[in-house]
Write a protein that binds this ligand. Structure first.
Ligand code: SF4
Length: 617
């Protein structure tokens, strides 16, 4: 699938071949261009359909008229194909059958991406898709069923009229719902018995010489088995290729939220604002509240208090049924002050009501860890750093988080999304141009499992995005320490995050030992980590690696660490020299006796004239 910013539709002949039947096994991925709006709409609408399939499956027997009618209504309201006899000629002005089939096809593949990620998600998706398929196959006229089977190479051998006559009694006795009269009109298929184990297990078919004789109404069981096998394999394959898709920042948030997305009515739009008075709440809670809210209301009235989870759940519900902010304040205040909370404390306790205001909530929730230091998105040193310098700079002037990411990248020739973002923006902040960044990431990735073509397709976009050349064209700011420490903790296989916050203390100790930090220094760092003073631990690491008693600044940004380090090491006065040296060193490999890390004095001699580039204004 290609994702374009604008809506483009091309009907290639191979695509239209795919849609010559209203049902398919989704063997081929879509090759169409698809806009991001369509991507999201298709995904949400199929999710709605599958949720309906799930709900109806729980509430009704799947073969009943009610089940079929309700599902049919959902199909037509969401514009998915379900009646093969409908075609473009029969629905003038409506969505064409081709468009419906295309949507069916593409939306199935989008949900595959969202639901291949865990075993539970896969199980849920397969179950709903199978029920959906069972329904759609079940309502097909037999002519279309046969067409479908032939199209998908499910050519089951039909039993001849003569054989049916010879086996008449046996077939009637072993197949459910048949009589001697109907047998003549009924098709029977002969399939290897191992393909019909479900039917054999439930004794629904006649067995002879390793073959099962399947009456036409039971063939769906065989087709579904086939579909289940194909779908399980396809999901496993999709899971393997997921990292490439997830590296697309436009799709990643959508895919990761889709599996637990709420696709019902939007209750954040309050229709009854101010229509409910506080006096009504007691009576409404008994008559019209669901059990969860009734329970919360009772607990609040009895204890004059609810803890955070309860306040959030109940407070937002009350907002949704129509309470205004003023009413909510009054409601919570009057109840809480009957308990142990005085009016002052209520300011803190009334937070749910304030937080339910969408204008304030994002501001309030981010304010506590907002970064208010220097803006490192404004690059002062653009193009002043060469790619050859990065290895050496990573040892001298990178904070531990970036040194760790750089090492992982050099060793694995790959970083996952979180690492690419954290490290990519840092590098941008220290002065890499877009062209340099492209060259840097491409040259490293192609040493691993990614070829240049794949890199251009899967990763180049996100790098341009970082530099504000794609998407919303936001010039992204390098992450501050608080952002690294508080959001998106690394999981297995990730290298991003703050080593002082996210590493196991034993691993951190080993890492610091490998970087030649003295044991007493390591103990000091670990003590600070134990007290959860991660930035102070990082500052201590700075002091120890730069041989200074006092860093002389208060650390709150990895790029600040870099800038301060460069100032201390002589303002980058040797950068130019270093390039020359690194070029020379390629000609003359360094001698074993040469220290791997320069001390500040050595560095000062080596550094050139970058002082001005790394000065704070
Ligand atoms: Fe990086 Fe900040 Fe953690 Fe230091 S404290 S390692 S600069 S995130």
């Amino acid at each position: 699938m290609q994702f374009s910013g604008r809506k483009k539709k091309q009907i290639s002949s191979s695509q239209s071949d795919l849609y010559d039947h209203c049902l398919q096994f989704y063997g081929q991925p879509p090759l169409d261009n698809i806009s991001l709006i369509e991507f999201e709409t298709f995904a949400v609408e199929r999710l709605k359909l599958l949720k309906t399939v799930e709900n109806l499956g729980v509430s009704y027997v799947k073969t009943t008229d009610q089940y079929i009618k309700k599902l049919e209504a959902e199909f037509s309201s969401l514009n998915f194909p379900f009646r093969a006899e409908l075609d473009d000629r029969k629905v003038p002005g409506g969505t064409s059958e081709y468009e419906k089939r295309r949507k069916d096809h593409i939306s199935h593949f989008i949900l595959r991406l969202a639901y291949c990620q865990t075993e539970d998600l896969r199980r849920w998706f397969i179950q709903q898709e199978m029920d959906l398929f069972r329904y759609r196959f079940g309502i097909l006229p037999s002519k279309h069923k046969t067409e479908f089977l032939n199209k998908n190479n499910l050519k089951y051998e039909t039993v001849s009229a003569e054989e049916k006559k010879n086996l008449k009694d046996k077939l009637i006795n072993s197949s459910y719902g048949l009589s001697g009269i109907t047998l003549e009109e009924y098709e029977f298929y002969r399939v290897p018995f191992q393909d019909a184990l479900d039917l054999v297990r439930t004794r629904k078919v006649y067995l002879l010489a390793g073959s099962a004789y399947i009456p036409q109404h039971e063939i769906i069981t065989i087709v579904l088995n086939d579909y289940r096998t194909r779908l399980s394999k396809a999901l496993a394959m999709t899971a393997r290729s997921l990292p490439a898709v997830q590296s697309d920042e436009r799709l990643q948030p959508l895919l990761s939220h889709l599996s637990h997305a709420y696709v019902g009515q939007d209750y954040s739009i309050q229709k009854n604002v101010g229509k409910i008075s506080l006096e009504q709440i007691d009576s409404l809670s008994g008559k019209s509240f669901p059990l969860c809210m009734r329970h919360l209301h009772k607990a609040l009235r009895e204890n004059h208090h609810l803890r955070h989870g309860g306040r959030m759940q109940y407070g937002l519900f009350l907002k949704g049924i129509g309470l205004t902010l003023e009413q909510a304040m009054q409601f919570w205040r009057s109840e809480f002050v009957k308990g142990k909370v005085d009016a002052d404390k209520m300011t803190a306790r009334s937070l749910p009501a304030v937080q339910s205001d969408e204008r304030l909530q994002p501001l309030l929730s981010h304010l506590s860890h907002a970064y208010v230091g220097q803006d490192y998105s404004i690059q002062k040193n653009v193009g002043k750093i060469s790619l050859e310098q990065i290895d050496s700079l990573s040892g001298k002037s990178f904070p531990l988080c970036m040194r760790h990411l750089h090492k992982a990248l050099r060793e694995n020739h790959h970083l996952r999304h979180g690492g690419r973002m954290q490290y990519g923006l840092f590098l941008k902040g220290i002065g890499l141009t877009l062209e340099q960044a492209m060259q840097f990431w491409r040259s490293e990735f192609v040493k691993g499992k990614v070829d240049a073509d794949k890199f251009d397709k899967a990763y180049a976009y996100s790098i341009r995005h970082m530099f504000g050349k794609e998407g919303k064209r936001t010039d992204y700011t390098p992450y501050s320490c608080m952002k690294v420490i508080l959001s998106n903790p690394p999981s297995q296989g990730d290298y991003h995050g703050c080593p002082f916050r996210h590493s196991d203390p034993e691993l951190l100790k080993q890492k610091l030992q490998s970087y030649k930090i003295a044991p007493s220094g390591i103990n000091q760092i670990l003590e600070l980590v134990k007290g959860m003073h991660y930035q102070l631990a990082c500052q201590k690491y700075f002091e120890l690696t730069h041989s200074v008693e006092d860093a002389g600044f208060s650390l709150n940004h990895p790029n600040q660490y870099f800038t301060e380090s460069q100032k201390l090491l002589g303002g980058g006065q040797g950068i130019k020299k270093e390039v020359e040296m690194s070029q020379k060193s390629q000609e003359n490999p360094p001698s074993a006796s040469r220290p791997s890390q320069a001390n500040p004095i050595q560095a000062q001699e080596e550094m050139g004239d970058l002082d001005s580039f790394f000065q704070d204004e």
